[in-house]
Design a protein around this ligand. Structure first.
Ligand SMILES: Nc1nc2c(c(=O)[nH]1)N[C@H]1C(S)=C(S)[C@@H](COP(=O)(O)O)O[C@H]1N2
Ligand SMILES: [Mo]
Length: 396
């Protein structure tokens, strides 16, 4: 159990991704833009799209950063409700209520508990939805901090609590009047145990930045990040489900069951993949990207460069393979981490091509090609994300 060892991690893994390149010269030049086929209309250019996202307090991760095992903090996606509180580390307290022995933790007390060190996909539940198409609301960082289990044990256990609500310090007050209460989200104890949730105080070996929830946030591996409450102020043990607004209304889909549409909450991250780069590689192109599936390892990714008519195998590197080839790094817990993939492509003609990737998990389940017609909503959209590229005429 170390607190500082992750400082040696190759956080800017940009050079790492080339380890997967057959020729190794993928970084040497040209890169083609990958244009989402779904989502915002084409006339909404990249800048305008980013501006529109800012209006709802959302910043996407740039594709560039999503090829390596660890996504750099600068530019890491962000999503919240416009309020970024400045929390004083010296007076910070994390209140735990509704448990066996309710108590408060100072930041130092949290830091004195044994840490876990985990690398995992963090993804907004609305990532890659049909409205936006861009799919940049995800990243993979190294998180460190005490597990929720450790924190609860320091309170003598969960006591009567079967559910927990997590509340943030992002209260909006104007002239002493509360205009907005802090963000809150609830999960059952069973879900939190299954996910092995943690109270993160470090991201990529550094104290959390303000935008990512300084000084402490909840991180729930394999569950969508609406539950990863930033600027964590309170953990409230409850004897029934938390029926907050974000749980009940916001992050929900409608699913058709026995002929009736019922509302269900976004929860576990499903099987997905994304091509993030198309770079010059000798006389062809190197496609690279990431593939993930909650707790399911992804040993296989197929690529189509013709809009789905034919599929070929990509070369996949599992997170374990990546970290094992970096012997100076202490192996983190990798449950819920993505695989990276690469595929060398030599198109026979120039012009527009439609690229897609499709992950298959270790049980043989394939990522969806289409949206399920029995599901309506913006969350957990798993189907293949098509991208158009304009390729220059092949060199002869
Ligand atoms: N306190 C607080 N926590 C929050 C939110 C928020 O608005 N306030 N937004 C949630 C949502 S919807 C997402 S997707 C993640 C984004 O985490 P990030 O901004 O660190 O990437 O934070 C979650 N935690
Ligand atoms: Mo989100």
């Amino acid at each position: 159990m170390t607190h500082a060892s992750s400082a040696q991690l190759p956080f800017d893994g940009s050079s790492r991704s080339d380890a997967a390149s057959p020729t190794g010269d993928a970084d040497s030049g040209q890169e083609l833009a990958l244009r989402p086929v779904d989502g915002l209309p084409k006339w909404v250019g990249g800048r305008l799209a980013n501006l529109l996202l800012r209006v709802v307090s959302m910043e996407e991760n740039l594709g560039r950063r999503l090829t390596s095992m660890v996504t750099p903090i600068t530019g890491y996606y962000r999503r919240d409700r416009h309020v970024h509180p400045t929390v004083d580390a010296a007076t910070y307290r994390l209140q735990i209520t509704g448990v066996h022995r309710p108590r408060a933790f100072s930041l130092d007390q949290l830091k004195a508990l044994p840490f876990e060190r985990r690398v995992l996909v963090q993804e907004c539940a609305g990532n890659g939805n049909h409205l936006m198409g861009s799919a940049g609301l995800l990243g993979q960082a190294v998180w460190e901090g005490p597990s929720l289990k450790t924190v609860l044990e320091a309170c003598g256990g969960a006591g009567p609590a079967t559910h927990f609500a997590f509340r943030g310090h992002d209260v909006l007050k104007v002239a002493g009047v509360t205009l907005k209460h802090g963000y809150h989200y609830g999960l059952s104890l069973e879900e939190l145990v299954r996910a092995r949730a943690l109270i993160a105080v470090h991201m990529n070996g550094e104290p959390l930045s303000r935008r990512h929830g300084f000084p402490a946030r909840l991180v729930v591996p394999k569950i969508y990040s609406m539950s990863h409450v930033k600027w964590l102020a309170q953990i409230e043990g409850k004897t029934e489900e938390h029926r907050g607004y974000h749980n009940t209304w916001v992050f929900t889909n409608k699913i058709k069951r026995d002929g009736r549409w019922v509302r269900v909450q976004a929860r576990w991250i499903d099987l997905k993949s994304l091509i993030t780069h198309c770079r010059r590689d000798g006389d062809g192109w190197l496609l690279t990207g990431v593939a993930w599936g909650g707790d399911r390892p992804i040993p296989h990714v197929s690529i189509s460069c013709d809009g789905g008519e034919s599929w070929r195998d990509a070369k996949v590197q599992s997170p374990a393979e990546f970290f094992e080839t970096n012997p100076d790094i202490e192996l983190p817990d990798l449950e819920g981490a993505w695989s990276v993939f690469s595929y060398r492509w030599t198109p026979t003609r120039g012009g527009k091509h439609r690229l897609g990737c499709r992950a298959r998990d270790d049980q043989g389940t394939w990522q969806d090609l289409e949206n399920d017609p029995q599901v309506h909503g913006h969350f957990n959209q798993t189907r293949v994300k098509w991208r158009d590229v304009i390729v220059p005429a092949p060199r002869s």
